[in-house]
Ligand binder design. Structure first.
Ligand code: SAM
Length: 276
């Protein structure tokens, strides 16, 4: 099965890198313990621990769960094994096919954006694990309110910015998001800051970037410039737009894998909200 990239989408590239190259079964940051050595095996363990950590937030009495942005389904599959009735949503065909091939139809799957999801079902709990920033907060929170049963829960784990900033600009600002949630009648039941437990993933990612991705770029650059400077110039002219995009991807990765920029700008938070 081929994943076709119609336009450069950094998040999707990142997800494919994690799944195809690093062979990770999960697409989230994971939950590290302070003493863990930073390596790929411990990243895998941290990712499994994160799912367990999330499950601890699910209130008693919950029977059915909507997993918004279910990725390759690791949270959804654990939830299903624990006996919850699970519906997963992803707009990504690549992830949808992977999950479809693994879950023997025990998890209902919807290939659509959350904003466009059409269903008559109501849910006891909606889970957004690192997906709440993919849609407008008003749209996401209103839709969640409509899809939840009375007194139902919304469990969100994600990066939130501390205030307006260029860095991590795709994520919501915590205070704005909380105000918006309150506007739609949600009460905050729990808020936990797990920044320290996710930061080692950035350190690992930065190491991967420096060790593998950056040198590949340099090798290609040197190859073209040394083998034929004239051809290199022509290529630069023809592919000027793509080269610019690649540089902005490089900046994106630099910013998103830099743990000190992360700590200065953002927090990783888990919120449990209840619809009133
Ligand atoms: C970082 S991954 C997280 C995956 C999974 N929840 C996890 O914790 O491993 C983000 C997920 O959100 C999905 N997504 C992106 N845009 C979305 C949208 N508009 N509606 C629903 N899901 C979306 C992506 O395809 C991906 O599955």
């Amino acid at each position: 099965m081929k994943h076709k990239l119609t336009s450069i989408n950094y998040f999707e590239l990142e997800l494919i890198f994690c799944h195809k190259i690093l062979k990770l079964n999960s697409l989230h940051y994971g939950y590290w313990r302070p003493s863990d050595k930073i390596d790929i095996n411990n990243l895998r363990k941290a990712q499994a621990r994160y799912t367990k950590h999330l499950l601890d937030f699910i209130p008693r009495g919950t029977k059915n769960i909507l997993d918004v942005g279910c990725g390759v389904g690791d949270n959804a599959m654990v939830l299903e094994k624990k006996g919850y009735s699970v519906t997963g949503v992803t707009p990504d065909k690549y992830q949808y096919e992977i999950l479809k091939s693994m879950n023997n139809d025990n998890i209902s799957l919807e290939l659509t954006k959350f904003e466009n999801l059409k269903t008559d079902k109501k849910f006891d709990c909606i889970l957004m694990s690192e997906s709440s920033h993919y849609f407008d907060m008003d749209v996401g929170l209103k839709k969640s309110k409509d899809l939840l049963v009375r007194n139902g829960y919304l469990l969100v784990a994600n990066i939130f910015r501390k205030k307006q900033s260029k860095e991590f600009g795709e994520t919501h600002i915590e205070s704005e998001w909380v105000n918006c949630a309150e506007k739609y009648g949600f009460n905050i039941i729990q808020r936990r800051d797990i920044t320290k437990n996710v930061l080692p993933t950035l350190v690992f990612g930065e190491e991967m970037y420096k060790k593998y991705l950056a040198p590949i770029g340099e090798i290609i650059d040197v190859y073209f410039k040394k083998s034929s400077p004239a051809r290199a110039k022509i290529i630069e002219l023809i592919f000027a737009k793509d080269i610019k995009r690649l540089f902005s991807l490089q900046n994106y990765l630099y910013e998103h894998l830099n743990s000190s920029i992360f700590e200065k700008t953002a927090r990783y938070l888990v919120f449990l909200l209840q619809k009133s």
